[in-house]
Design a protein around this ligand. Structure first.
Ligand code: AVJ
Length: 319
């Protein structure tokens, strides 16, 4: 059998149907909202790559520092033979874990982007003879059917992307991850940590305006996919820290009163001056909170690793 397999669990047209449903619902409720998953078309993914290199955006570098230091500990603690990565993207940081997992039999990257999966998967098998890659084209929040591969299993969810989910969505998500695991299996979770408000806000409102462009890109996605006539220059990028919820919120604030037409939905959407479209939350965590949320899903924290500066954490929990 080929060392590279790819399975599509997401129907080709599911993405289009989901976008339509999200846009119709999100732009007809108060406050208006669009889920952050629609940021990531080819241009948005490129902008996100640029964000990870900005001086203000520390999470990627902090997580890479932890992975570099702790990959041997992760390998010893898990002895994983199957690594499942949710939202794998380019798999760049994951290579640090894969390289340390000497007993690894199969890597299962899960992503909605077939291009990213094929590129990363092919590169990996070329460099690691004997390793199997079974990629899944799927939404990481969906119920996954995993290939039959040897245990122990390690599920990795890196980057702090769990912070894009609301608390109730996180509980559901962790429960569905737990359902994939057997005794002795583990979850490696990346979480950005609560810190000084200025540092957080700057990470989501950089001086070069890359995050602003990333945020506005969702409007271009809706224009292209649904024939809408959003003018991205008619909106301002907003990043604010919600002290109560301990999350960053990104919004797009309408500079004027305007009406946007969305022909594919036969919809016209009115914005008042300064009306804000909510586009993303990025929750920040504390150790106690992560421990409790994991425990509520019957996952038990065994390791908590941070970078030297204490900005970001990787946790390991077991089923
Ligand atoms: C990819 C979800 C981890 O929330 O920090 C970066 C996305 N948004 N800048 C994050 C993002 C604005 C990022 N995650």
């Amino acid at each position: 059998m080929s060392p590279f397999q790819i399975t599509r669990t997401l129907p080709e047209d599911a993405t289009d149907a989901a976008l339509r449903a999200d846009v119709r619902h999100g732009l007809t409720t108060t406050p208006k909202t669009l889920p952050p998953k629609w940021f990531y078309d080819a241009h948005g993914s490129e902008l996100f790559e640029q964000i990870t290199e900005l001086p203000e955006y520390y999470p990627t570098r902090a997580e890479r520092e932890i992975l570099t230091t702790r990959a041997p500990d992760i390998a010893t603690a898990t002895a994983a033979r199957t690594l499942i990565e949710l939202g794998s993207g380019s798999s760049e940081k994951t290579r640090l874990v894969i390289d340390a997992l000497t007993q690894l039999h199969t890597y299962v990257p899960v992503d909605v982007s077939e291009t990213a999966l094929t590129q990363a998967g092919q590169a990996l098998i070329a460099e690691r003879p004997g390793l199997h890659v079974h990629a899944l084209i799927a939404d990481f929040t969906a119920r996954l059917e995993l290939p039959d591969t040897p245990g122990p299993r390690l599920v990795a969810f890196l980057g702090g992307t769990i912070g894009n989910l609301l608390p109730t969505e996180r509980a559901e998500f962790l429960t569905s991850v737990r359902a994939l695991l057997s005794p002795g299996d583990a979850l490696l979770l990346g979480t950005d940590l609560v810190k000084d408000e200025e540092i957080l806000v700057r990470a989501y409102d950089d001086a070069a305006g890359v995050t602003a462009a990333f945020n506005k890109n969702v409007l271009s996605v809706v224009n292209r996919e649904l024939g809408a006539d959003f003018d991205p220059t008619a909106f301002d990028h907003v990043a604010l820290w919600d002290t109560q919820n301990e999350w960053i919120e990104m919004r797009l604030r309408s500079r004027t009163a305007q009406t946007v037409k969305i022909p594919a939905l036969d919809l016209a959407v009115d914005f008042t001056t300064d009306e804000e479209l909510h586009t993303e939350i990025s929750a920040k965590f504390r150790e106690s909170g992560v421990r409790n949320e994991l425990a509520a899903a019957d996952l038990h924290l065994t390791h908590w690793w941070t970078d030297e500066a204490g900005r970001f954490a990787l946790s390991l929990s077991v089923a």
